[in-house]
Design a binder for this molecule. Structure first.
Ligand code: FDA
Length: 299
């Protein structure tokens, strides 16, 4: 991120929440579960799948983590009751990973048990690098007990190819993404093309292993690269899906859908929308710039 963009993001962080909310609305379904259900129904009506995310990272107590888990159980109930084509994504720290690993394991196990009852699936999101090893460790433990759990790996981390080789030993269900957190140079590729190259190398490695992959990107270059790999490997359509974030590059989303590939949209909702929105801005500071301009009309 260049200096100007960095400055804009820092500046936006100083804005009142009500103003950031103007921007956030595009990327979150709303504050309530019903808001999220309404968005998923609209997506499903276009043949698009969803994964729901309760916005609740950075919790500090076990009580908060239990509350988050209960919301996850409500989501699974709602998906079933409303016959939604949707599953659930969970941020490990929202269920307590940063407080106590064993506690997190038990919490996630409860969610997976409920999901299994509903024949549904849970994806464990990947957060910043202090949590990578613990997330993989607990995922592997749960993967030996459940067949309805998947994990996310990040192409910007230098360790990821080794992680994938390890996870490929058991048939892992992956979401592959670039990675959204700001990581040190020693452990993460910083160059855009190096991240893309690693993404496509990882994708091939996963697919050659016959693993199911959620190809999570809005980058045309990667979508085209994935199309090429799918074509070369003559992959059946039930072996992979594309994934995108709610509110981002809807034209590309619709193109992938009309090309006949399965596509799933990550739909976040909840009262804790602020941190998620700031991350979206760090990701695409032009958006922060647009907000700043629309408020202060400077050009
Ligand atoms: P890139 O950032 O190059 O974006 C390509 C184009 O998409 C941009 O040029 C722009 O037009 C558009 N775009 C991208 N982001 C935008 C935005 N915020 N607003 C407007 N336009 C935007 N990361 C992680 O670390 N852990 C995780 O668990 C997940 N989970 C996850 C799930 C799903 C379904 C997706 C799609 C992504 C994630 N990510 C994630 C985020 C991911 O790591 C990555 O940061 C973003 O997808 C952005 O990278 P792209 O590959 O889309 O390319």
């Amino acid at each position: 991120m260049d200096f100007v963009n960095q400055t804009i993001v820092s500046f936006v962080k100083l804005l009142p929440k009500t103003i950031v909310h103007i921007f956030a609305k595009k990327y979150i379904a709303g504050e309530t579960l019903q808001d999220a259900i309404n968005v998923v129904k609209q997506l499903n009506s276009k043949g698009i799948f969803a994964t729901l995310d309760v916005l609740g990272e950075a919790i500090k107590t076990k009580d908060e983590a239990i509350h988050e888990k209960e919301e996850c159980l409500r989501v699974l109930n709602a998906i079933s009751e409303n016959n939604l084509k949707a599953n659930l994504s969970i941020k490990p720290t929202s269920l307590g990973l940063s407080i106590d690993e064993e506690f997190f394991y038990q919490q996630l196990k409860e969610v997976l048990t409920k999901a299994k009852e509903f024949k549904n699936f849970v994806r464990v999101d990947m957060e910043d690098s202090p949590y990578t090893s613990a997330t993989i460790k607990i995922f592997k433990r749960l993967q030996s007990e459940f067949d309805n759990v998947g994990i996310v790996v990040q192409a910007y981390l230098k360790r990821t190819m080794d992680d994938v080789k390890d996870l490929n030993m058991t048939k892992t269900n992956y979401r592959l993404c670039k990675g959204i957190y700001i990581e040190p140079e020693e452990i993460a590729y910083k160059n855009k093309q190096s991240i893309r190259d690693n993404f496509l190398k990882l994708l091939e490695t996963m697919l050659q292993n016959k693993s199911y992959v959620g190809i999570a990107t809005h980058d045309d270059y990667l979508v085209n690269g994935a199309y090429r790999i799918i074509e070369e490997m003559k992959l059946q359509k039930d072996k992979y899906e594309f994934q995108m974030l709610y509110g981002v590059t809807e034209r590309l989303r619709d193109k992938i859908n009309s090309d006949g590939h399965k596509i799933r949209i990550y739909v976040p909702y909840g009262k804790k929308w602020y941190a998620y929105s700031i991350r979206r801005m760090q990701e695409n500071p032009e958006v922060a710039g647009h907000i700043a301009k629309s408020i202060f009309k400077f050009n």
